[in-house]
Design a protein around this ligand. Sequence first.
Ligand SMILES: [Ca+2]
Length: 150
Amino acid sequence: MPGSYRCQCADGYQVWEGDNQKLGLECKDLDECSSSELNACAVRTTCENLEGSYKCTCGPGFEPVDKDEVEGVDMKCKDIDECEKKLCHAKATCTNSKKSYTCVCNAGYKGDGKKCLKSRKVKTGASGKLKYLPIKLLSIALIVHLWFLS
Ligand SMILES: [Ca+2]
């Protein structure tokens, strides 16, 4: 309309529908993270609302595709390959998975994968029985001794 003007909120702001409408147009920050339609954050990123704008950062377990770009409105993130970072023990096998990884000790080693110790041979069979033989013999000797006394 000629001779008139219209105010608009700047990008990143929305009309504030409060009680002070008589004072003129009021704008407040638009929470771009409240809806995926309002932000350009890609999958695997976390949206963070800012005054007048927003930013995207990589979610837990993800890292920037471009190492120099730590945050932005259209940044892309990829799964962190923890196995490349050698977080498992030297005697463990690392398996990378989405958002995570697992460490499993190699055969012959025991532990949680972050720390693996050479597992000792478990005593079994004859050697295990031999351990209790002196006690058994002592018990029998005591019983026989008591029997002779009575
Ligand atoms: Ca905002």
